[in-house]
Design a protein around this ligand. Structure first.
Ligand code: C2E
Ligand code: MG
Ligand code: MG
Ligand code: MG
Length: 291
């Protein structure tokens, strides 16, 4: 079963190859071992405030650093983790690592709220807020150091419990964002029923904005709707300066995308940040000299 060549190993985890029975059990067993052995790692992508250009937060995105293979991306192993009931183990590892990194950064003067993706099984687990509280305390972090990104799946499964868990997380000072906004079936019900802080408009509406009036109209009115409800708006998947400019004109608060950088390992993120903020500071100095 253990493939020898790197490309073969990756193919084994190709989600399109729906191996069944024994193979799937073996893959699940390997994933369980990998999580246990600490093979999940985090990459970090900045969230940029469109008004000022400043970095105002960071999203942690999980990858599997599988020995003898290329880095495995979440879409290639989270579906299997889900079927194997391993999502809570993934979340546990991700939360632990994200908060440990946040504490290290704070000690180095980098104070950025860190956002973690929270899948449905965790959002309906009433023990989650207490566990988050323990992890925050262990790293001496305030609740405001953490943000959780949720999707509507949990709400569909068990709305009462999801609301209770979210309420208890918010009581700790943790911020809540609705991820992939606009792709669900009942986005408006969702906005009415949930007390959240932020809406992340899905990439599928952002990418075609320049060419497609319908997409840009949807984005513009979603921004207005969210603002009317007192929510902040994040746009995902910005790859071009023109899209960032249009979003800024529409009043979008925050943006994320390859236009600034792909998600990076912690050390590379720090270098990127130093360079970005250095460039920013010298631009401000240059503007000062010019006036
Ligand atoms: P998401 O939370 O909506 O994350 C955004 C995804 O878009 C990330 O993919 C990110 O790398 C990618 N992205 C960011 N900017 C751009 C851009 O400008 N262009 C394009 N084409 N893509 C961009 P990634 O890291 O592969 O993650 C995919 C999904 O996997 C995430 O979507 C999230 O649903 C899930 N995921 C990632 N990390 C975790 C985790 O720690 N726990 C759980 N439960 N799910 C996670
Ligand atoms: Mg996310
Ligand atoms: Mg998203
Ligand atoms: Mg997504």
């Amino acid at each position: 079963y253990r493939a020898k060549a790197g490309h073969l190993t990756v193919a084994v985890f190709d989600p399109r190859v729906d191996l069944s029975g024994e193979d799937r059990l073996q893959r699940m067993a390997e994933l369980r071992r990998a999580i246990h052995d600490g093979e999940l790692v985090l990459h970090f992508q900045p969230k940029i405030a469109l008004g000022t250009g400043r970095v105002e937060g960071v999203e942690a995105l999980v990858r599997w650093d599988r020995p003898g293979s290329e880095l495995v991306f979440p879409d290639a192993f989270l579906p299997l983790a889900r079927r194997a009931g391993l999502l809570p183990a993934v979340t546990k590892s991700v939360l632990q690592q994200a908060l440990a990194q946040s504490a290290l950064w704070r000690a180095a003067g980098i104070v950025l709220p860190i956002a973690v993706n929270l899948p449905a099984p965790d959002l309906i687990d009433e023990t989650l807020p207490a566990r988050v509280s323990v992890l925050l305390a262990a790293q001496r972090l305030p609740g405001s150091a953490l943000e959780v990104e949720i999707t509507e799946e949990a709400l569909l499964r068990d709305p009462a419990r999801a609301k209770s868990v979210l309420g208890n997380l918010r009581a700790l000072g943790v911020r809540i964002a609705i991820d992939d906004y606009g792709t669900g079936y009942s986005s408006l019900v969702y906005l009415r029923e949930l007390v959240v802080d932020e809406v992340k408009i899905d990439r599928t509406f952002i990418v075609p904005m320049l060419l497609d009036d319908r997409s840009s109209s949807i984005v513009r009115s979603t921004i207005d709707l969210a603002h009317a409800l007192g929510l902040r708006v994040v746009a995902e998947g910005i790859e071009e300066a023109e899209v960032a400019e249009m979003l800024a004109r529409f009043g979008c608060d925050t943006a994320q995308g390859y236009h600034w950088t792909r998600p990076l390992p912690a050390a590379q993120f720090e270098s990127w940040l130093r360079e970005y903020e250095g460039a920013d500071a010298s631009a401000i100095r240059a503007a000062g000299r010019g006036s």
